[in-house]
Design a protein around this ligand. Structure first.
Ligand code: GDP
Ligand code: IMO
Ligand code: MG
Length: 432
C-alpha cells in the first residue's frame, strides 16, 4: 500500500488534477501542495456544485483532511485569505486544518507588475503567463532577496527587507520597462493587516510530513501545472517557473525522495495547452474546435481558451521517464464520445528522422511533425460511466493502446466533471 502518493499533470496542465485529488483524498489524512501558486486552477464538482481552488489543496472539501502548503509554493497572501473566506461561506472550515510553511516565498504587487511588464515587452514572443507574478517571485527566491512567510512575524524586519527589494524592482519597472513604480507604503499597508490571520497557520510542514509518515498516515502530494511546463524538462522558455516533476514533491515540502511511494500521472484523453509555445499535435480544424467546445476548454484561472489537439504519446513518454510514473489516470474520456476516428501521436518526424522522445527546448519541438496512429472512435456515451466493463469496446481499445504505448497501467478513468463520475480500477491508498 502506498502512503505517500504524488499526483501530477502529465501534459501542459488542466488535466483534471483537482477532481482526482478531491476524489482520492476520501482515503487520505493530508494533502500537500508543493509547487506553483495561484496560477493553478483546480476544479472540483461535487453534487453539481463547482469550486475552483487556486492555492488551497484540493483535499479541502474532505472534512478532517489536513491541508499543507509546502515551501515550494509561492503564496499571494490576499488570495489565500480570499480562498479561505470563500470556503467559509460554503461552511467549510479550512483555517484550523491548514498549515503553511514558513519558507514559502510571498508574491507581492511588484511581482505582478513585473510579470505584466515583461509579457508586454516581449510582444509576439510573450509566454502567455497567467499574470499572477509567479515567475518574478521565484526569481527573487533564487536570487536570495525574496520575502518569505516566516518574515511576516517580524514587522520591522519585514518592512526593511521590503523597502530594499522594492527599490531594486521599481528601478527596472520605471527605467527599463517604462512603467509606473509600485508604491512601497501602499504595499506594506495592504499586507500588514493580514498578518494576524496568517501567523497561526504557519508551521513546519517538513516536520509534519515526517511525523505523518511515522504514523503510517496517507498523504497526497498535489502537483500544479503539468510536466511539460517544468522549468527544466518542459518546453523552455514556454514554461512556468517551478519544477513540476515528481521529485519536486520532495523538495517543495521537505521530505526525502525515498519516502514517495507512488506517482500517478493525470493525462487528458486528448491534449490541451494554454498560453504560447510548441504543441505538435495541436488541431486547427473543426475537431480541435469541437474538443474545445465539448470539453469546455477555458482556463480555470484566466478564462482563456485552451488550445486543443490529439493525445501525444511521445510527450507522455518524457513525462513517464522524468517522473517515474507508477500509473496513469485518463480524464475527460467522455469528451471524445461521438468522434468517428481518434488519433494518437506515436512518434515525431524531426530533421528527417523518426524520434520517440521529444527533444529539449521549444525551438526543436517546434520543428517536430507528429506521426499518428488512427483508431475507430465510439458513438456510445461514456459520460458518467463508473465501471470499466460498461465502457464501449472502442473506448476500451483506446485506453488499452494508451496503456500499451506508455507501458503503464491505467488505474483510474474519469468520465465526467462530477466527483463520482469516475472508474477507479486501483485506488492508490488502498490495499489491493
Ligand atoms: P486541473 O488544473 O488539472 O485541476 O484541471 P482544471 O480544473 O483546470 O480543468 C479540468 C476541467 O475539466 C474542469 O472544468 C473539470 O471540472 C473538468 N473535468 C475533469 N475531469 C473531467 C472528465 O472526466 N470529463 C469532463 N467532461 N470534464 C472533466
Ligand atoms: P493547473 O495547475 C495550465 C501556463 C500559463 C503559461 C505558462 C507560464 O491549473 O494545471 P505562469 O503564470 O505560470 O508564469 O505561466 O504556464 N500555466 C498553466 N497552464 N494549467 C495551469 O495550472 C497553469 N499554470 C500556468 O498559461 O503558458
Ligand atoms: Mg487548471
Amino acid at each position: 500500500m502506498a502512503n505517500n502518493v504524488v499526483l501530477l499533470g502529465a501534459q501542459w496542465g488542466d488535466e483534471g488534477k483537482g477532481k482526482i485529488v478531491d476524489l482520492l483524498t476520501e482515503k487520505a489524512d493530508a494533502v500537500a501542495r508543493f509547487q506553483g501558486g495561484h496560477n493553478a486552477g483546480h476544479t472540483l464538482v461535487i453534487d453539481g456544485q463547482k469550486t475552483v481552488l487556486h492555492l488551497i489543496p484540493s483535499g479541502a472539501m474532505r472534512e478532517g483532511v489536513e491541508c499543507l502548503i509546502g515551501n515550494g509554493v509561492v503564496v499571494n497572501v490576499e488570495q489565500l485569505l480570499k480562498e479561505i473566506d470563500n470556503l467559509k461561506s460554503m461552511n467549510i472550515d479550512i483555517e484550523s486544518r491548514l498549515m503553511l510553511s514558513m519558507a514559502c516565498p510571498i508574491i507581492l504587487p511588484h511581482h505582478i507588475a513585473l510579470d505584466v511588464a515583461r509579457e508586454k515587452a516581449k510582444g509576439k514572443k510573450a509566454i502567455g503567463t497567467t499574470g499572477r507574478g509567479i515567475g518574478p517571485c521565484y526569481e527573487d527566491k533564487v536570487a536570495r532577496r525574496g520575502l518569505r512567510i516566516g518574515d511576516l512575524v517580524n514587522a520591522k524586519l519585514f518592512a526593511e527587507k521590503l523597502r530594499e527589494v522594492m527599490d531594486y524592482h521599481n528601478h527596472s519597472l520605471v527605467q527599463y520597462f517604462k512603467q509606473q513604480a509600485v508604491d512601497y507604503q501602499e504595499t506594506l499597508d495592504s499586507i500588514m493587516p493580514l498578518v494576524e490571520r496568517v501567523v497561526p497557520m504557519v508551521g513546519d510542514v517538513s516536520e509534519k510530513l515526517y511525523s505523518l509518515r511515522q504514523q503510517s498516515k496517507s498523504v497526497m502530494f498535489e502537483g500544479a501545472q503539468g510536466m511539460l511546463l517544468d522549468i527544466d524538462h518542459g518546453t523552455y522558455p514556454y514554461v512556468t517557473s517551478s519544477n513540476t516533476v515528481a521529485a519536486a514533491a520532495a523538495i517543495g515540502t521537505g521530505i526525502g525522495p525515498l519516502e514517495l511511494d507512488y506517482v500517478l500521472g493525470i493525462v487528458k484523453a486528448y491534449t490541451t495547452r494554454v498560453g504560447s509555445g510548441p504543441f505538435p499535435t495541436e488541431l486547427f480544424d473543426e475537431v480541435g474546435q469541437w474538443l474545445g467546445e465539448k470539453g469546455h476548454e477555458f482556463g480555470a484561472t484566466t478564462g482563456r481558451p485552451r488550445r486543443c489537439g490529439w493525445l501525444d504519446m511521445v510527450a507522455l513518454k518524457r513525462t513517464r521517464q522524468v517522473c517515474g510514473l507508477s500509473a496513469l489516470c485518463v480524464t475527460k474520456l467522455d469528451v471524445m464520445d461521438g468522434l468517428e476516428t481518434v488519433k494518437i501521436c506515436t512518434s515525431y518526424e524531426y530533421k528527417g528522422n523518426s524520434i520517440g522522445l521529444p527533444p529539449y527546448g521549444a525551438d526543436a519541438l517546434e520543428q517536430c511533425v507528429p506521426v499518428y496512429e488512427t483508431m475507430s472512435g465510439w458513438n456510445e456515451k461514456t459520460e458518467g460511466i463508473r465501471d470499466y466493463t460498461s465502457l464501449p469496446v472502442n473506448a476500451k481499445k483506446y485506453l488499452d493502446r494508451i496503456s500499451e504505448l506508455s507501458d503503464l497501467p491505467i488505474d483510474i478513468v474519469s468520465t465526467g466533471a462530477e466527483r463520482d463520475d469516475t472508474i477507479v480500477c486501483k485506488h492508490p491508498f488502498q490495499e489491493q
